[in-house]
Write a protein of this length. Structure first.
Ligand SMILES: Cc1cc2nc3c(=O)[nH]c(=O)nc-3n(C[C@H](O)[C@H](O)[C@H](O)COP(=O)(O)OP(=O)(O)OC[C@H]3O[C@@H](n4cnc5c(N)ncnc54)[C@H](O)[C@@H]3O)c2cc1C
Ligand code: FES
Length: 297
């Protein structure tokens, strides 16, 4: 067995990390239809609201029966500790999300979380650049809020294919210093890809947080890596992988990592639900990651 395979097996096997999570009976407080099959749903779930950190996710029971059997993973979009509520921003892509879109106030659902590794929050003040594509906006309201609580200057580049799919401006937390919209068809904000805006901010940001489809994240990483001036801003990305359990048991959410000891060779596989979903962009093997499916558009 090659060393990469040995490392891969070692990285894949992990203990379930449920010690920080709760399985709470959450009650739907409201569900807002934002158009274009996009929704923001809010649950009363005081324990989850207390524990959730930006970038972490929850496994939501979309049906108490057997179809679909597995819970579905969603990033915490908001967590209001005072109100005891958590919110999720999602789009309908299949049966589970279609059922979730039908939740009415009063609906009860088991929600397991918080799970996974979230974004690293800074210890010193500076400028944080948030860059989202489509549904990749989901974890950023909570991140923007927690960053501005730390007096961080928050700039959010918010992109999508078209205006109807943009994360709504009025939902962006008020502490966000600057927001810039991009649409590929030019129906709102600046015309083009959200990554076009990155060059304007790359040199003056201390941290970059990105979430969106894998090709977009790869473009962010490439631009960042091509910056010759060192040190580069820290770059963290929130990525997706198909998930079963959400806590390190089913091994279904493998993601390709680089092996610093063997540059050029295939590195180990990690678990998105344990080592991610937020990772340092430099830890990922982007070439192999791009061969995996992604639908966060
Ligand atoms: C950590 C994490 C956080 C997420 N956060 C959000 C969020 O905040 N908002 C949001 O809208 N979505 C989010 N997603 C994606 C969301 O979980 C899926 O859209 C949902 O599970 C689809 O369920 P479904 O039953 O509607 O569709 P399904 O019928 O299960 O799937 C529909 C199609 O999407 C594909 N698919 C489903 N899940 C994934 C995946 N994770 N990666 C790649 N392809 C997939 C399937 O292969 C299929 O082609 C997140 C995923 C992960 C892993
Ligand atoms: S190991 Fe089951 S989803 Fe990650």
């Amino acid at each position: 067995m090659s060393s990469a395979e040995t490392l891969g097996a070692a990285a894949l096997v992990g203990r379930s990390d449920l010690s920080r999570a709760v399985d709470e009976t959450a009650v739907c407080a409201q569900s807002v239809d934002l158009g274009a099959d996009l929704f923001e749903i809010t649950f009363v779930a005081p324990e989850l609201a207390r524990l959730a950190e930006p970038g972490q996710f929850a496994q939501i029971e979309v049906d108490p029966g057997r179809v679909p059997l597995l819970r579905r993973p969603f990033s915490f979009s908001r967590a209001d500790r005072e109100q005891g509520t958590v919110s999720f921003y999602f789009g309908i892509v299949g049966e589970g999300t279609r059922r979730m879109a039908g939740f009415k106030p009063g609906h009860r659902a088991q929600i397991l979380g918080p799970l996974g590794r979230g974004f690293t929050l800074p210890h010193s003040r500076g400028r944080s650049l948030l860059i989202s594509g489509g549904l990749g906006a989901a974890p950023f309201p909570l991140l923007a809020e927690r960053l501005s609580e730390r007096q961080e200057e928050v700039v959010w580049l918010n992109g999508s294919r078209t205006e109807r799919e943009l994360y709504p401006d009025h939902l962006i937390p008020p502490g966000t210093s600057r927001r810039v919209q991009f649409t590929q068809d030019g129906s709102a904000g600046r015309v083009g890809l959200v990554t076009d805006g990155l060059v304007d901010w790359l040199d003056t940001s201390q941290r970059i947080y990105a979430c969106g489809p894998n090709p977009m994240l790869n473009a962010v990483h490439s631009l960042w890596a091509s910056r010759s001036e060192l040190p580069r801003p820290e770059l963290e990305v929130s990525i997706e992988a198909p998930m079963g359990c959400g806590f390190g048991t089913c091994l279904g959410c493998a993601i390709p990592l680089l092996d610093p000891g063997h540059p050029g060779g295939d590195g180990p596989l990690g678990l998105c639900c344990r080592q991610g979903p937020v990772l340092a962009a430099s830890a990922l093997d982007w070439e192999r990651l791009l061969r995996q499916p992604s639908h966060l558009e």
